[in-house]
Design a protein around this ligand. Structure first.
Ligand code: NAP
Ligand code: 8YV
Length: 316
């Protein structure tokens, strides 16, 4: 029986998937090594290892120095952890896991919209702390006839729109360019979108192009009754501007799944009760993580058996 192909596993992205890869490949765990051991492993794998698997949001730049590497299979859709210039220069093709996580992430976005507009987390505390006995809980706000502005209307944004339609919401969006198949209004900048919506939902990818795109001007344009939701990438929001906007009442509240320096969340946000904070759980269902892992493995299997990749990605 021929030897199993060699696979470099860059980081501990999903235990069940890594266990499955262990069964199919001769795996090497990069993240468990010291810096000098990593260099030793890369030298040892030179000429023998053509494939690596990694998280999509973080990688290890040492992999770009492995001359025989031809494919980097990433777990996750947002590939801001990959240096595409270096991968391209080294002849390394990259794959990610699009679509299989749309439903889970869109579900969570809806949960954040409802949690913020109906004040669900504080309402739960209100009951537990016996405060309901002393009087009714303050009113929230309805969704019908309000406008949900989507910043970054792609695969997940479209799944959010599909779910949000029955709530009676209206929609608007901003991308770098308008989409042919979308009938609701397009705005040419994030600020203009914010001005025209009640709930601004950020679905932007990370990376240098979107760094800090949601800034004080955008949040100010959203207005004092506006709600900001972030399920995209934390780096695309200027977090100190967000703190300032919330503190000064420039916006009414926020629902966040992602942050600039995860898992650290600014202390100012932790102290605010008009903010719902989640620990980056958009795709965190057992079924979705399994589907993401399967797509990583399927990309590798396809590449080793036919030289073809199923979901190649060429940049952010
Ligand atoms: P997608 O289909 O590529 O959608 C992203 C959209 O953003 C695209 O339609 C793109 O439109 C727009 N966009 C990109 N760069 C832009 C820019 N500089 N200015 C304005 N618009 C821009 O990606 P997706 O699958 O929906 O995923 C979106 C992101 O969600 C991922 O990259 C990831 O960071 C994040 N995510 C988070 C979680 C979570 O757990 N919270 C889970 C999965 C994904 P144009 O190209 O026309 O500009
Ligand atoms: C992560 C994500 O993969 O796919 C993405 O871009 O942000 C998530 O699905 C997940 O949070 C793993 O920790």
């Amino acid at each position: 029986m021929p030897d199993k192909p060699v696979l470099l596993i860059v980081n501990n992205f999903h235990a069940d998937t890594i266990a499955k890869l262990d069964a199919r490949y001769q795996t090497h765990r990069l993240w468990m090594l010291s810096a000098s051991e990593k260099r030793g492993l890369i030298n040892q794998l030179e000429g023998k290892c053509e494939a690596a698997a990694s998280a999509s949001w973080i990688c290890d730049e040492i992999v770009y120095g492995l001359g025989s590497l031809r494919v980097l299979a990433c777990f996750g859709v947002g590939v801001d952890g990959v240096d595409f210039d270096r991968a391209g220069a080294a002849g390394i093709a990259v794959t990610n896991t699009p679509d299989v996580l749309n439903d889970a992430v869109a579900d969570l976005a809806i949960a954040l919209i409802l949690a913020t507009t109906r004040n669900i987390v504080n309402a739960d505390r209100y009951v537990r702390e016996g405060r309901w006995l002393r009087g009714p809980f303050p009113f929230g706000s309805s969704l019908a006839d309000r406008t949900l502005g989507i910043l970054g209307l792609g695969r997940i944004g479209s799944a959010i729109v599909h779910r949000a339609e029955p709530f009676g919401l209206r929609f608007a969006y901003h991308n770098r360019r308008p989409k042919d198949d979308i009938s609701f209004p397009y705005f040419a900048s994030a600020r203009e979108l914010a001005e025209h919506c009640d709930i601004l939902l950020n679905m932007l990818p990370g990376g240098p192009q979107t760094l800090g795109m949601v800034d004080l001007e955008v949040l100010d344009a959203l207005g004092p009754n506006g709600i900001f939701i972030n399920v995209g990438r934390g780096s695309s929001v200027n977090e100190s501007a967000l703190v300032q906007a919330l503190r000064r009442g420039l916006i009414a509240g926020a629902g966040l799944d992602v942050y600039a320096s995860e898992p650290r969340v600014p202390a100012e946000l932790l102290a605010m009760d008009n903010v719902v904070l989640l620990p980056h759980i958009g795709s965190a269902t057992m079924e979705t993580r399994a589907a993401m892992g399967k797509l990583v493995a399927d990309n590798l299997d396809s590449w080793f058996s036919s030289g073809k990749l199923l979901t190649e990605v060429t940049g952010n």
